[in-house]
Design a protein around this ligand. Structure first.
Ligand SMILES: [Zn+2]
Length: 186
């Protein structure tokens, strides 16, 4: 086990110092101690990190020059989990973007402003690569500005429900079943 945490005494207290590679050390630590309940969250943090996918290929250099690296199994788990979550966010958090206008849309034209708004948001969301972070983010007011009141209200509700479903899916995406079945030290 190797987990560096630099503790610095300041004014009688202490603080933990974050360092590059810490999240990888935490993951390896959690595997070693069989802390299954935190593993999905740690995997997600790695997959959402700015260093992906370099972290899979090269690892991360710690301040002391050593390398923090994932095991082969952990790399495969990150890769497959990322793909499954990217697919899931389109079916959960962002599904409302493809369902506009809603039946009660206040703009009755066949090619309504809300349908165009939905396409604009969808394009804007997925043009800038696939970043897992977005599917977990709350509703953005700027999305609502492109929709009528009815479409905005229904889409926001769908987005919140979808975010919850996406979070529920996280452990399954990384091969751990569901949240309720996770138990430490098994
Ligand atoms: Zn509408």
């Amino acid at each position: 086990m190797r987990l560096f945490i630099s503790v610095t005494a300041k004014d009688g207290g202490s603080m933990f110092e974050l360092y590059p590679g810490l999240i990888i050390d935490i993951l390896n630590f959690a595997h070693e101690l069989r802390l299954f309940t935190i593993l999905p969250t740690v995997y997600l943090a790695i997959c959402q990190g700015a260093m992906m996918p370099d972290v899979l290929f090269h690892g991360v250099r710690r301040p002391d020059g050593s390398m923090a690296e994932l095991s082969l199994q952990a790399k495969l788990t990150c890769a497959s989990g990322s793909i499954l979550l990217q697919q899931a966010e389109k079916q959960k958090s962002f599904k409302w973007m493809t369902e506009l206008p809603v039946p009660s849309c206040m703009l009755t034209k066949a090619e309504s402003r809300c349908a165009r708004g939905g396409r604009h948001i969808f394009y804007d969301q997925f043009y800038d690569a696939a970043k897992l972070t977005y599917g977990f983010e709350p509703w953005r007011a700027s999305w609502g500005d492109l929709l009528c009141k009815s479409c905005r209200k229904m889409s926001e509700a769908k987005h919140e429900t979808g975010r919850y479903e996406l979070w529920k899916f996280v452990p399954t995406a990384f091969g751990f079943g569901d949240w309720e079945s996770l138990v430490n030290f098994v």
